[in-house]
Design a protein around this ligand. Structure first.
Ligand code: RET
Length: 293
C-alpha cells in the first residue's frame, strides 16, 4: 500500500499520505484547524503583553522585550499561513464524509514552521543574553555559537522532514545531525543560566531556574513532533504504515502548538519577570513609580 502511495505523493509529508489514503474525519480536521488557529492567536496576544510591559523593566533589559516582539510578529504571520495551508490542502467529500487530499490546491507541509524557527530560534537564544550578566563566558562568542548551532539545527531538520515517508534512513541521518547542534544549544543555555544566576537577586534566580526547566521541556517537544509518525508507528507495532493515522497528525499539530506557546510566549514572560526583579534590585521599581505619578 505504502509503495503505491509513494508513487503518487513522493516527498510529501505524512499528513498528505493520511489525506489521500483515509482522509480526515470532521473531528480530526477541525481539531487540527482549531489548534493551529489557537497558535497564532496566542502570538498576537503575546505581542500586546510584550509591548505593554516594556517599561516595567530598566532600559538595559528592554531589548529582551523587543526580541519577544520580533518573535511574536514573525510567529503570528507564519503560523497563520501554516493554518491556511492546512485548510487549503484538504477538501470535504460528502460521499466518504472525510476531508480528502483529492482536488486540493496545494499539499500540506510543515515547512512554514521551520522558516519561522529560522528567525525565532536565534532571537529566543539571544534574548536571554540581554537579561543575564555572564561571569566567565564572552557575550559575542556565546551569541555567535547560538546563531551557528541554531541555524544549522533547523536547516538540517528542514532537509530531513522531506524524507519522513520516502526515505527513513535519510530522515534519521538528518535528524541525528540536527540533534548534535541541539545538544550544543542545550549545553550553552545551561551554562548561560548558571552564570546568570550568580549574583542575581533571589527572586530573579528562581525565575532563571524555572526558565531552564521550561526551555528544556519545550524545546524537546520539537524533535518529538518531528518523530511523530515513527512514535505512532512504534506504538502500533507495525512500522510506518500504522502511523498513517489521523491521530498522529492531530498529535503533531498539538505538540507543535504547546511547544510554540511555551518556548516563545511563556519563556518571554518569565524573562520579563526575571528582568523586573533585577530592575527592582537595581533601584528601578515600576510599581512605585506608577503610584507616585
Ligand atoms: C528538528 C529536527 C530533528 C532533530 C531536532 C530538531 C529540533 C528542533 C528544535 C526546534 C526549536 C524551535 C523553536 C522555535 C520557536 O520559535 C529540527 C525538529 C533536535 C529544538 C524553539
Amino acid at each position: 500500500m505504502l509503495d503505491e502511495l509513494i508513487d503518487q505523493l513522493g516527498n510529501a509529508t505524512f499528513e498528505n499520505y493520511v489525506g489521500l489514503e483515509s482522509g480526515y474525519t470532521e473531528m480530526a480536521f477541525q481539531l487540527s484547524a482549531h489548534v493551529l488557529t489557537l497558535g497564532y492567536a496566542v502570538m498576537l496576544a503575546g505581542l500586546l503583553y510584550f509591548v505593554l510591559t516594556i517599561k516595567t523593566v530598566k532600559p538595559k533589559y528592554r531589548i529582551s522585550s523587543v526580541l519577544s516582539v520580533v518573535v511574536m510578529v514573525s510567529a503570528f504571520l507564519l503560523l497563520l499561513i501554516q493554518q491556511q495551508n492546512w485548510l487549503n490542502a484538504f477538501e470535504y467529500d460528502t460521499e466518504t464524509a472525510r476531508y480528502m487530499l483529492e482536488g486540493s490546491e496545494a499539499l500540506f507541509n510543515n515547512g512554514f514552521r521551520y522558516l519561522n524557527w529560522l528567525i525565532d530560534v536565534p532571537m529566543l537564544l539571544f534574548q536571554i543574553l540581554f537579561v543575564v550578566t555572564l561571569t566567565t563566558s564572552s557575550f559575542s562568542s556565546v551569541r555567535n555559537q547560538f546563531w551557528f548551532s541554531g541555524t544549522a539545527m533547523i536547516l538540517t531538520g528542514y532537509a530531513g522532514q522531506y524524507y519522513e515517508v520516502t526515505n527513513p534512513t535519510l530522515f534519521f541521518v538528518w535528524g541525528v545531525i540536527s540533534t548534535i547542534f541541539f545538544f550544543h544549544i542545550l549545553y550553552l543555555m545551561k551554562k548561560v543560566i548558571d552564570e546568570g544566576k550568580e549574583g542575581a537577586p533571589e527572586g530573579a534566580q528562581k525565575y532563571l531556574g524555572s526558565i531552564w526547566i521550561l526551555f528544556f521541556l519545550s524545546w524537546m517537544l520539537y524533535p518529538g513532533a518531528y518523530l511523530m509518525p515513527y512514535l505512532f508507528g512504534m506504538l502500533g507495532g507495525l512500522g510506518l504504515e500504522a502511523a498513517l493515522s489521523e491521530a498522529a497528525v492531530v498529535a503533531r499539530h498539538m505538540t507543535y502548538t504547546v511547544a510554540d506557546v511555551s518556548s516563545k510566549v511563556i519563556y518571554g514572560i518569565f524573562l520579563t519577570l526575571a528582568a523586573q526583579e533585577m530592575s527592582k534590585a537595581e533601584g528601578y521599581n515600576w510599581e512605585e513609580m506608577e503610584s507616585s505619578l
